[in-house]
Design a binder for this molecule. Structure first.
Ligand code: NAP
Length: 385
């Protein structure tokens, strides 16, 4: 039997896979967008190399049952035999894959809604066949809709009368709904990470979207933000650890977990002071009165042809600004109680993350698939046999 895991080639999926591989013995049935098993292995190595070297990867490879597929293809693009094998071997589902493309309603609709529906059909078939231990849905705090100056309690996260920030938030909200409606007999856990930024243990990251927005703010001399506004950030290692811990627990205490910093979230003043104290040179002045002007400048920047280089920065800000300026945090009491520990404050790792991201031009220096990979993989495969 296996945990059916989606999104393993993504940032959070890599943390979850690493946690499951190193702390548990389960097989992992993974859905990977690739044309061949070899390409899928290479995509797994690319994702997992943030956490391990190639020989460790080779040791763990036998724990993966790879399914080549795509959330947007009917039945995930699996053959009837592959789908049957997946259904019959799935002991629980951990659905992480999603489109985070906040600008495309079409992509969010297809990947998040149609894709989640296909995953739910597999889960229902597995439940009918032999029973499903758990279905975990990795959602987002963005499902709580447009807010300002709030600390949102778990029971208030879904409010159908509230507007959504974007198609991403809207579709993820409906995914939560579908999971509850379509799996009434299965134990369900919903995880809602807040803004996931970096790792509190090391500077490297493979995900740069929000990091770029953070870096842009760090280099602006005038910040159109109120210094007392809070921004709810959680590290990827805390998020990954929480998902693995709760998904594998016999009886998790709660049905939903905001993976967030909650009331301990830092204010912008605290974040700026922490990077300054760690050596970040540019001086920043907060001028909240310029918020409207800044928002107009973003709109204007979006209209400038891409060749002038302003449009990408404006687009980035357009996407993330509503999240950066909502002064809203998300109660994390469930996860803190379950893990016995709160996330590390962003101030403790913001500067190394910023230095890594800027120093590497917002690209992770991926190591290539080794030329002697086949021999090294064969060596470990022989050991396992
Ligand atoms: N990162 C954050 O700050 C954050 C915050 C809150 C919630 N979340 C949630 O956490 C989850 C993971 O996010 P992430 O940050 O790890 O995103 P990510 O790095 O973009 O990873 C997304 C994953 O989904 C997979 N995927 C996308 N479209 C697919 C498709 N059509 N078929 C199959 N797989 C597909 C991707 O596969 P490919 O590698 O093939 O593209 C990748 O493995 C999402 O559900 C997201 O909503 C993230």
């Amino acid at each position: 039997m296996a945990i059916f895991l989606t999104g393993v080639t993504g940032y959070i999926g890599s943390y979850v896979a690493h946690g499951l591989l190193t702390q548990h013995d389960d097989q992992l049935a993974v859905l990977v967008r690739a044309k061949t098993p070899d390409e899928a292995k290479q995509r797994l190595w690319k994702s997992l190399q943030l956490h391990m070297n190639f020989d460790e990867f080779a040791q763990y490879l036998h724990r993966f049952d790879i399914y080549l597929g795509d959330l947007t293809t009917p039945d995930l693009g699996l053959s009837a035999d592959a789908r049957k094998r997946l259904v019959e071997s799935t002991e629980s589902v951990l659905h992480i894959a999603a489109s985070l493309n906040r600008k495309s309603a079409k992509t969010c609709f297809n990947v998040n809604l149609r894709g989640t529906l296909s995953i739910l059909k597999i889960a229902r078939d597995a439940n009918d066949h032999h029973g499903l231990r758990r279905f975990s849905d990795v959602s987002t705090v963005a499902v709580s809709g447009v807010r300002h100056g709030d600390c949102v309690a778990h029971e208030d996260m879904i409010d159908w009368d509230r507007s959504d920030y974007d198609p991403y938030a809207r579709t993820k909200k409906f995914c939560e709904h579908m999971v509850h409606e379509l799996l009434p007999d299965v134990p369900i856990t919903v995880f809602r990470p807040s803004t996931v930024l970096g790792d509190s243990r090391f500077p490297e990251t493979t995900q740069f979207g929000m990091v770029q927005a953070f870096a842009a703010l760090a280099y602006m001399r005038i910040l159109p933000l109120d210094p007392e506004w809070r921004f709810d950030i959680c590290s990827a290692n805390y998020v990954g650890r929480a998902i693995v811990h709760v998904h594998q627990a016999d009886k998790p205490k709660y049905g939903d977990y905001n993976l967030s910093s909650g009331r301990d979230s830092l204010t912008y003043r605290q974040i700026v002071d922490s990077v300054k104290a760690a050596g970040h040179k540019p001086m920043v002045r907060f001028v909240p009165a310029l918020r409207g002007t800044f928002e107009n400048a973003i709109e204007l920047g979006m209209k400038i042809p891409r060749k002038y280089g302003i449009n990408p920065a404006a687009s980035l800000m357009k996407v993330f600004w509503p999240y950066l300026s909502n002064d809203t945090v998300f109660d994390n009491s469930h996860v803190v109680e379950e893990l016995g520990e709160a996330p590390t404050p962003f101030s403790e790792y913001a500067h190394p993350l910023l230095q890594f991201a800027v120093g590497n031009k917002f690209k992770y220096p991926y190591r290539a698939w080794p030329s002697d990979a086949e021999a090294r993989l064969a060596k470990f495969a022989a050991k396992v046999a």
